[in-house]
Design a binder for this molecule. Structure first.
Ligand code: SF4
Length: 359
């Protein structure tokens, strides 16, 4: 089996895990009374546990709203990591997918990190097992190893750098300027994008996000005929043919900023629909349209919804706060090794921010 077959098999098995989980675990839509009750319980429990809620832009809007209301954070994975590290709370409730909880634990080993579910993973993480990845690195010792944040603690520990999509182009540009050749994992589309943006020599691992890979250029072109004035916003985990149609390609934070600052009334958005909560909150008078994920004959017109992010729910947050379950543990030695490339990223990002202020 070649690496492409392996990746396809891993993606199919990942989809099955999620479908099984959703069919047995997801509750019916909550009534407004249930939402009010869960919300009140979570507020009280956060305070009683000296805990703070850190949520990703792709989680349920109810969770995002609650994180904001309770002094927590709603953001991309880079900012989630920074916020959790700097916040004084003893317990972090990380609503997102598993690598985000692990990252929080690596950066703050003395804190208790709980997640609403431990089942929520990511096709990129699943598609990059440490043994195969390590072998790949060993075959290319002349390359600097850069991994996306969507990876296990073990893969991070094997890397020279960790990056998120908001900082990836800047880091690769910096390494390229130093004459370094790059080994990139796991997202081949994002890796291809940063390679094209920077001109760097980038060797790609063959992984993909099952949500972003579904966006279709043809579908977006058709939608543009209906909304000719709309700007197209694309996350670069999408295929190159989709990124080519973008007025702005970038991380979740960069897309939200584009929605806010661009002089446009309508946007076609190719990323997870959870982001609409923040876009609509910041731009109540603008219209956001989900980019199509359907190809010819497909049944899904707008599946832009990460099934793992959808596993986070108000009920599960109440449950972990009451019972202290779903705690994230990372082996100490592994965590110390993974901390180095993560800290490198945070320092690089902080210096970049300082330079912008000074410019
Ligand atoms: S949207 Fe894609 S990259 Fe993000 S957590 Fe889900 S599967 Fe992973």
């Amino acid at each position: 089996m070649n690496s492409k077959d392996t990746q396809n098999t891993q993606n199919q098995s990942a989809r099955k895990i999620v479908q099984d989980f959703l069919s047995t675990n997801m509750n019916e839509t909550l009534s407004s009374e249930q939402i009010a009750s869960y919300t009140a319980q979570i507020k009280q429990l956060l305070s009683a546990n000296n805990a703070v809620l850190v949520a990703h832009y792709y989680t349920d809007p109810l969770i995002q709203a609650l994180a904001e209301e309770t002094g927590g954070c709603v953001s991309d994975s880079l900012e989630m990591a920074r916020f959790g590290k700097e916040h004084p709370a003893e317990t972090l409730i990380v609503a997102g997918v598993k690598f985000m909880g692990e990252t929080a634990k690596i950066l703050t080993p003395h804190k208790r990190v709980l997640m609403p579910t431990l089942e929520a993973t990511c096709s990129l993480d699943i598609g990059c097992p440490i043994d195969e990845f390590s072998e790949f690195c060993d075959q290319h010792p002349d390359r600097t190893v850069v991994v996306y944040a969507n990876t296990s603690a073990a893969v991070k520990a094997r890397a020279d750098w960790v990056v998120t999509s908001s900082i990836a182009v800047d880091v690769i540009d910096h390494l390229d300027a130093n004459g370094e050749k790059i080994l990139w994992a796991p997202d081949k589309h994002l890796g291809d994008y940063v390679s094209r943006q920077t001109g760097a020599d980038v060797l790609l691992w063959d992984g993909a996000c099952i949500v972003h890979e579904e966006f279709k250029a043809k579908g977006i072109e058709d939608l543009k005929l209906l909304y000719p004035e709309a700007a197209v916003l694309v996350h670069p985990e999408s295929p190159a043919s989709v990124v080519e149609l973008a007025d702005v390609a970038g991380s979740t934070s960069q897309l939200i900023n584009a929605a806010k600052t661009m002089d446009k009334e309508q946007f076609i958005v190719a990323t997870d629909q959870g982001i609409f909560y923040k876009m609509q909150q910041l731009c109540p008078d603008k219209e956001f349209i989900v980019a199509p994920t359907a190809g010819s004959g497909a049944t899904c017109r707008s599946c832009a919804n990460c099934p793992w992010m959808a596993m986070n729910s108000l009920e599960s947050i109440v449950h972990v706060l009451e019972n202290g379950g779903n705690e994230i543990f990372v082996d100490q030695a592994l965590g110390e090794r993974a901390m180095k490339p993560l800290t490198r990223m945070l320092n690089f990002s902080a210096n970049k921010a300082k330079q912008k202020v000074g410019a």
